[in-house]
Ligand binder design. Structure first.
Ligand code: FES
Length: 112
């Protein structure tokens, strides 16, 4: 017997890591603003809540070279975004419609 144990349909995590030692990190590339934008857009489109979408903060996801970084589950799709237009596209295309935004995918070999 199998049971669907998922609580959210999709879950997006934004790296908001801030490094104070001079090394680059997602927080230095407006990650907080992108997180805020994603949260407000998901809410505005009625996507937020149980059975729908959750937008969460994360620490370093260890793919910093592709930053700023966000990852969507359950598909495990990694994004490197630039600005709020990219965020809006991720929200509308992937989080709402389930269509991956190919142009924003983090290249597979990008790590820290
Ligand atoms: S600092 Fe964002 S992935 Fe590492």
């Amino acid at each position: 017997m199998s049971q669907d144990t998922s609580y959210y349909q999709r879950h997006i995590f934004f790296c908001l890591n801030q490094r104070d030692n001079g090394e680059d990190s997602c927080a230095q590339h407006r990650a907080q603003a992108a997180f805020d934008r994603c949260k407000s857009q998901a809410k505005a489109l009625g996507l937020s809540g149980a059975g729908k979408v959750r937008v969460n903060k994360a620490g370093c996801l260890d793919r910093c070279a592709g930053g700023p970084i966000a990852v969507v589950y359950p598909e495990a799709v990694w994004y490197s975004y630039v600005d709020e237009h990219d965020i809006d596209e991720i929200v509308q295309s992937h989080l709402r419609d389930g269509v991956v935004v190919q142009r924003l995918l983090t290249p597979p070999d990008v790590g820290r």
